[in-house]
Design a protein around this ligand. Structure first.
Ligand code: UT7
Length: 327
């Protein structure tokens, strides 16, 4: 058996912490409503995207020397992942960035990171858009491309500055999201098992962002979708790997809403400690949510030799996917 193994992880988040109370100065909402419906307490918002009432003149948000764009966050996370892996930029043979909120349609975030980090010229680099399932898609695509092209080491990024696409007068969406990026250095390993499962249903457009427009979401429909699809993803992973959720060390769900995770946990009758959560600090960071969670799990000593993890992503498309990862 062989498959990709993560050998380094990194994250980058905007410096500005926006609490629920801060947002109650922007729209009619409250800390109590947001916390009880979602579990979110605060999120990070890129200084470029801060809504007017939260901007301060000549404050740190005017610091254009240090942008917090999607590309800048992606590059920051990638740099940290390389360092964590002890890898040299010259080792990287492939870059895939998952995003739905790039700074430009072209060049891709992946090509911009290739340039910013001085990665080798001539290697394949491209973005994938599978919204909040983006990192799961990108990892599965990386495994396939690395096999096909005999690539030893790759950089896989999940990055979204999605608050640039949020309408800060819409309280139904603006309280849920935050910006950020996470990255993984992966290597093809003969002794590692990896599994990816992917799916999509273009029929259901419960969450959309038209070009030049803002995010539109039917929250209740997305909620129903999420609590139905994640148990299916996990069952597929169990079947593919022969490992049951009970024996897996941690389940990393897309960090959208604590109520969604709790619903799934109860349905599967699994203990709370099995589900890593950091959404209380970052809200929903779309493609960044799973790699940022993995990075923080490593920081907290939850990932060691032999650790086995299931990840489950879901979101706009509608699209979904799962990963089996071994340490
Ligand atoms: O990556 C996937 C991303 N999407 C998601 O994860 C969304 C999944 N869905 C959800 O998490 C939930 O559906 C929400 C948290 C978005 C909403 O919770 P809900 O229990 O489904 O509330 P609702 O949309 O049915 O709204 C209930 C009430 C409404 O007022 P009325 O009509 O009952 O008077 C809303 O106008 O809550 C109101 N409301 C708010 N009130 C205070 C909606 N947003 C807010 C808000 N603050 N931010």
């Amino acid at each position: 058996m062989s498959g990709i193994r993560i050998i380094g992880l990194g994250k980058a988040l905007p410096s500005r912490i926006v609490t629920n109370d801060d947002l109650s100065r922007v729209v009619e909402t409250s800390d109590e409503w947001i916390r009880t419906r979602t579990g979110i307490r605060e999120r990070r918002i890129a200084r470029e995207n801060l809504p007017k009432p939260l901007r301060t003149e000549h404050g740190p948000e005017d610091d254009m020397e240090n942008p917090e764009t999607c590309t800048a966050l992606a590059a920051g996370a990638a740099r940290q992942a390389l360092q964590d892996a002890g890898a040299d930029p010259a080792d990287i043979g492939l870059v895939i960035a998952a995003t739905m909120s790039p700074d430009s349609f072209s060049p891709s975030v992946a090509c911009s990171v290739q340039e910013a980090l001085g990665l080798p010229s001539g290697i394949p680099a491209f973005d994938v858009n599978a919204a909040c399932s983006g990192f799961v898609y990108a990892m599965t695509v990386a495994d396939a491309v690395m096999r096909e092209m005999h690539i030893a080491c790759a950089l896989v990024i999940g990055a979204d500055a999605v608050t640039s696409l949020i309408d800060f007068t819409d309280r139904g969406t603006c309280v849920l999201f935050g910006d950020g990026a996470g990255a993984a250095v992966v290597k093809m390993d003969e002794d590692s098992s990896f599994a990816g499962v992917l799916g999509a249903s273009g029929k259901r457009s419960a969450l959309s962002i038209p070009v030049g427009g803002h995010m539109l979401m039917d929250g209740r429909d997305v909620f129903r979708f999420a609590v139905t699809v994640v148990p299916k993803i996990l069952a597929e992973l169990e079947q593919k790997t022969g490992i049951s959720c009970r024996d897996i060390d941690q389940i990393v769900c897309h960090q959208a809403n604590d109520r969604i995770i709790e619903h799934i946990r109860r349905k599967l009758e699994l203990p709370g400690e099995k589900f890593f959560r950091n959404l209380q600090h970052y809200g929903n960071t779309c493609a960044a949510s799973i790699p940022v969670a993995l990075t923080e799990m490593k920081e907290q000593g939850l990932l060691g030799p032999g650790t086995r993890i299931f990840c489950a992503g879901f979101g706009a498309g509608l699209a979904w996917g799962g990963l089996y990862l071994e340490w």
